[in-house]
Structure formats: structure tokens, C-alpha cells
Design a protein around this ligand. Structure first.
Ligand code: IMP
Ligand code: MG
Length: 183
């Protein structure tokens, strides 16, 4: 793994190696396996992957969770460059037929929380039975919303990161490790 990488006009340095990320996902998957052991083929859990950032995290979770589930995806976006715009755009709407389902929202990172609040509202409007938030990362210094973050793999300081699915203007998603903006 490179100690430093460049994407567009910015330089990033190594922050969280892949092995550490995978260990945190192992622990999270164990919790999910315990909490959803009662799911059945007739009443599967909906794993709702938020595109595009959570793709790799969702794939790693899928390799580890053992209960019956269906995989769905949707896409809300709020970020441009290295800043949240505060304005949420629906780019891929929620899947149909979520009424009465238990949903796990799979997110890459919770920053201001605008996206997760919007997602929770959409799921409530869709009459789901229950929705939980499962995120790879959270920036606790920034997140001040009241939505409970049920499953969090790792906490990070208020820094801009890329890799493991996360992007800087679409680049960097395919990097195995997580890198932080070198300021
Ligand atoms: P929020 O709505 O401010 O919580 O932002 C959440 C979304 O912004 C995440 O799903 C990411 O797509 C993006 N985001 C937030 N922080 C970062 C970061 O440090 N790097 C890359 N994307 C980020
Ligand atoms: Mg995202």
C-alpha cells in the first residue's frame, strides 16, 4: 500500500489499512448475526445499500451475515468535492414493496447526518416495520442529529477520507485502504 496517493488536485495519506477495516466489519457482522437470527425466508431482512459509497462495505457484510436477506439499493447524494451541500438529491429512489419489512440501511459514512435523516424519513413514509442504521464510519464531532446509529464499525475525526468505496469527486473508490486528506 502506498503511503501517499494523489486524486485530482489533492494528496492523501494512508489512514486505516484494509486489515483493520475488515476486522471492524467482522465484529459488526457478528452483532448483526446475533440480532437478526430470527429472520426467515418468508420474512427476510432488507439490506439497503446506499450507492455508490457503501458498495464495498455492503459486499463485505454480505460475505459475513448468515440470516435470510434481500439486497436492495438506492442513492441519495449531498456531497460535492470535499463538502456536504446540505441539500439532498434522490438519484435512485427507494425500492418498491418495503411495507412491513425490517430494513438495515448500509451506509459508508455518516458526517452531518443529513443523508441518514432523509433516508429514515423516506423509509417511514414507505411504512417499513423497522429500520436500523449500519454504517462503516461516523464522524462523531460533526454528527449532531437524533437518529440513532445502531451499528457503527469505526469512528473517525472530522477529516475528509477516501478509499474502500468512498470517493473524492468519484475517484478513489477502488482503493483497498482508507486515506485521509493530507493538509
Ligand atoms: P452527510 O449527509 O453529511 O452525513 O454525508 C453523508 C455522505 O457524504 C456519505 O454517504 C458520503 O457519500 C459523503 N461523505 C461524507 N464524508 C465523507 C468523506 O470524508 N469522504 C468521502 N465522502 C464523504
Ligand atoms: Mg454515501
Amino acid at each position: 500500500m502506498d503511503p501517499k496517493i494523489t486524486l485530482h488536485d489533492k494528496t492523501f495519506k494512508l489512514f486505516i489499512p484494509n486489515e483493520e477495516i475488515e476486522k471492524a466489519i467482522d465484529a459488526l457482522a457478528e452483532r448483526l448475526n446475533a440480532d437478526y437470527a430470527d429472520a426467515t425466508d418468508e420474512d427476510p431482512v432488507v439490506l439497503l445499500c446506499t450507492l455508490n459509497g457503501a458498495i464495498i462495505f455492503a459486499a463485505e457484510l454480505l460475505k459475513r451475515v448468515k440470516f435470510p436477506l434481500v439486497l436492495k439499493a438506492c442513492k441519495l447524494s449531498s456531497y460535492q468535492g470535499t463538502q456536504s451541500t446540505g441539500y439532498i438529491k434522490t438519484e435512485v429512489p427507494l425500492p418498491a414493496h418495503l411495507e412491513g419489512k425490517r430494513v438495515i440501511i448500509v451506509e459508508d459514512i455518516v458526517d452531518t447526518g443529513n443523508t441518514i435523516v432523509a433516508m429514515k424519513d423516506l423509509l417511514q413514509d414507505a411504512s417499513v416495520r423497522d429500520s436500523k442504521v449500519c454504517t462503516l464510519l461516523v464522524k462523531p464531532d460533526v454528527y449532531k442529529k437524533h437518529v440513532k446509529l445502531d451499528y457503527v464499525a469505526m469512528e473517525i475525526p472530522n477529516r475528509f477520507i477516501v478509499g474502500f468505496g468512498l470517493d473524492y469527486d468519484e475517484l478513489g473508490r477502488n482503493i483497498k485502504d482508507i486515506y485521509v486528506l493530507d493538509e
